[in-house]
Each structure stands twice: as C-alpha cells, then as structure tokens.
Design a protein around this ligand. Structure first.
Ligand code: GDP
Length: 202
C-alpha cells in the first residue's frame, strides 16, 4: 500500500469521543519509548503526525489519523505507567480497555515490542488480555538495528517460547527499524490485505 494522504483527525479521552466508527481502523500500542511515534512516522511518511500525538496531554489520548481517506490509523496510549498517579492510570486504562473491547471497526492491533528486551511482564499480560478477548493483533519487534542478526533471533525466540505457553500458534510478526527504514512495506501490505479481507467478507 502506498500512503497518499495522512491527516490528524482528533484526540479522544474516551471511546465515546472517538470519531464515528465508519472506516476500518488499525491501532498501534506498546510500552512508552518502544518506538511507536517513530514507526508511525515511518509508515505514513509524515513526521508531523506522531509529533501531534507526542504533544503533552496527547500521549494519554486515543489519537485518530485518517489515511488515504479510507482507514484510520490509531495511536493508542502506551502502557508504561510509571510516574502516573493511580487515579489517572485507572481512567486511562479504562479508556483503552473500552476502546479495545468495544470499538467495532478496530480490525487489528499492532503490539510493539522492543526487540532488545527479554519478554516483559506488561507485554505478556497485555497480549494475554487480547487473546482472552479474541482481539486480533500482530507483533512488531522494534529497533532491530540495535541487535545483531543472532541476538535478534534469540530475542524473538524468547518471546515465542513464552507465548507458546499460552497460545497454540503465534501471531503475525513484523520486524522494524526506523533507522534502517525496514518493516514499512510488510506492515503496510498486511494492513491493505486485512482491509481487503474485511470488504470481501461483507
Ligand atoms: P514512543 O515513546 O514509543 O513513541 O517512542 P519514540 O518513537 O519516541 O522512540 C523512543 C526512542 O527510541 C527515540 O529516542 C527514538 O529515536 C528511538 N527509536 C525509535 N525507533 C527506533 C529504531 O528503530 N532504531 C533505533 N536505533 N532507535 C529507535
């Protein structure tokens, strides 16, 4: 898929505030600092987009971007909750949880995982939550340029081992590096295919 246009639509603090669910949407989520803004910039070729969601106050909202006038890319708040007051954390978890469980046009979530790290508890719990609720998701291992091929393979293998304790099969998986600009075509082709499958099914 080639992205011709990408524009910021709005930031929503709750599911109710999200734009009408009239177009398919794909969400991006991960712990803070995983490289989500950088990946969104790479995918859309528009460095202004993720800057918008990086503005103070916007990082805790559900940020909608309209792509090619046909689908929404949704930047979801990260689940690294350090330094956030418990009250605020609860509100924010509820907003994301509502969104994930009830947003009817959400067709896939990309869960970003830092390829340098060992399987993280918060990531495993989050993916477990998606699995339990049958929310379709794909994994994206980010910052792959920071590892040798061997170390990268090992790191992914460690995740696979942990995940296969819970799942019979593994989700679709992508590797990305915004430094080497890799992963973009594969992810965009997958998005195109997922959207096409949806319209064929209707
Ligand atoms: P976010 O908090 O998940 O939106 O993460 P950012 O996109 O802001 O990235 C966090 C840090 O990781 C920044 O310093 C980025 O430059 C760096 N980063 C993001 N993606 C990559 C990558 O693919 N390779 C490398 N080497 N650094 C990256």
């Amino acid at each position: 898929m080639i992205i011709h246009s990408a524009s910021y639509i709005k930031s929503s603090a709750s599911l109710k505030q999200c734009p009408p669910a009239l177009k398919p949407e794909l969400g991006f989520i991960g712990r803070s600092n995983v490289g989500k803004s950088s990946l969104i910039n790479l995918l859309t070729g528009n460095s202004r987009l993720a800057k918008i969601s990086g503005n103070p106050g916007k990082t805790r909202t559900i940020n909608h971007f309209l792509i090619n006038d046909s689908w929404y890319l949704v930047d979801l708040p990260g689940y690294g909750f350090a330094r956030v007051p418990v009250k605020m954390r609860e509100k924010w978890v509820k907003a994301v949880e509502d969104y994930i469980l009830s947003r009817e046009n959400l067709i896939c979530l990309f869960v970003l995982l830092d390829s340098r790290h060992k399987p993280q508890n918060s990531d495993m719990l989050f993916m477990g939550f998606l699995g339990m609720n049958q929310v379709p998701f794909a994994r994206v291992f980010t910052k792959t340029d920071k590892l040798t091929q061997g170390a990268l393979k090992k790191s992914i293998h460690n995740y696979d081992i942990e995940m296969l304790k819970l799942w019979e099969s593994l989700p679709v998986t992508f590797l990305s590096s915004t430094v080497n600009r890799t992963g973009k075509e594969e992810i965009l082709d997958f998005i195109e295919e997922t959207i096409n499958n949806l319209s064929n099914a209707v």
